[in-house]
Design a binder for this molecule. Structure first.
Ligand SMILES: Cc1ncc(COP(=O)(O)O)c(C=O)c1O
Length: 360
């Protein structure tokens, strides 16, 4: 079967060049007579893979030298707990912006260890916008401020970062890391599950300011302590070796493509085609406030649930797969991460045009 265009929100499509490279090296990694999966994580061959991935990520995101890059298990969801366990060192209070189901999970977890102040929320309109934020909303005494830069389910992105003064800004960047340029020095912590814009599920990336390491709560389990992983180069225990290897191939692919700035340009162009079509269509409607639109996840609906279902079925039969919206919001969602080729988005828009003509 030829490859389809897979619009899944995550795990998501990977660059075909990366899959082919992994396939070529699967059984015998570069003359070692074994797969990367079978290598000791402390072997020289694997150390080179691991360090190469860290160096390439550092260069792609221009991570300053006073940050540690950690490759951890446990997905982005473990960070919902690790952040408060490591950062509630002083006042044990934090400010959170509630922009969706993932923010809510992060809030619920932080509440177990301290006081959470939800400074703004878009829950009143099913999270279809990013709330207005001003710097006077934040508590200057808070241990940190937490945001979700891109809200995978609702297709919203912070149009700009909040001004949080001297309080560390913590960001769940799971669904738009490496898709647009961010100044890492504005953050205390950036974390992301890999399975959207980075690689296969199984590794979470944490970029943490060194000053924030080593102030954990007494109850913090050793595996949840950033210091444990920072002191051991993410090798305190066996890291998710193969997931890191594939993520490393994606980093090499990104560098060859021109890096994050070039990706951002392409992503804006790809999303622009879809939004332009949605803005002019009489059958399809985008569901996100215009000033909060994500370039990564584009949710939309037709005029009825029956037509939505018909669209999803017929699109899948035409090789445009996984367009069903998240079960909590319904409708459709096209996730168009870095690895979604421009041809995939063009094929989707063409299919939507054709569907509209046939279903007037
Ligand atoms: C923004 C965001 N945060 C967190 C998560 C949870 O990630 P994980 O499954 O890696 O724990 C997701 C997953 O879809 C997400 O989209």
């Amino acid at each position: 079967m030829p490859r389809v265009y897979n619009f899944s929100a995550g795990p998501a499509t990977l660059p075909v060049e990366v899959l082919e490279k992994a396939q070529k090296d699967l059984v015998d990694y570069q003359g070692n007579g074994m797969s990367v999966m079978e290598m000791s994580h402390r072997s020289p061959e694997y150390t080179a893979i691991f360090n190469g991935a860290i160096e390439n990520l550092k260069s792609l995101m221009s991570v300053p030298d006073n940050y540690k890059i950690l490759f951890l298990h446990g997905g982005a969801s473990s960070q919902f707990g690790m952040v408060p366990l490591n950062l509630f060192s002083d006042k044990k209070k934090a400010d959170y912006i509630n922009t969706g189901a993932w923010s809510k999970k992060a809030i619920a977890e932080a509440k177990r260890y301290g006081t959470v102040n939800v400074v703004a929320s878009s829950e009143d309109q099913t999270f279809n916008y990013i709330p207005e934020i001003s710097n006077d909303m934040f508590d200057p005494e808070a241990d940190y401020v937490h945001i979700t830069t891109n809200n995978t389910i609702y297709g919203t992105t912070f149009p700009e970062l909040p001004e949080v003064g001297n309080v560390p800004l913590v960001a769940d960047m799971s669904s738009n890391i490496l898709a647009q340029e961010y100044d890492v020095s504005k953050f205390g912590i950036i974390y992301a599950g890999a399975q959207k814009n980075i690689g296969p599920a199984g590794v979470a990336i944490v970029i943490v300011l060194e000053d924030l390491i080593g102030n954990e709560l007494d109850i913090c389990p050793r595996m949840f302590n950033y210091k444990t992983h920072a002191d051991n180069g993410s090798m305190f225990n066996t890291p998710p070796t193969y997931a890191v290897y594939v993520a490393g191939l994606v980093f090499e692919w990104l560098i060859a493509k021109g890096g994050v700035a070039e990706m951002q340009k392409i992503n804006e162009e790809k999303a622009g085609w879809l939004y332009d079509f949605l803005d002019n269509s009489k059958l399809f409607n985008g569901t996100t406030a215009t000033n909060s639109r994500s370039t990564m996840n584009v949710p939309f609906v037709t005029t009825s649930e029956e037509l939505d279902a018909k669209f999803i079925k017929e699109a899948a039969a035409s090789g445009l797969k996984t367009l069903k919206g998240h079960r909590s919001v319904g409708g459709m969602r096209a996730s168009i991460y870095n690895a979604m080729p421009t041809e995939g988005v063009k094929a989707l828009v063409d299919f939507m045009k054709d569907f509209e003509l046939k279903n007037k």
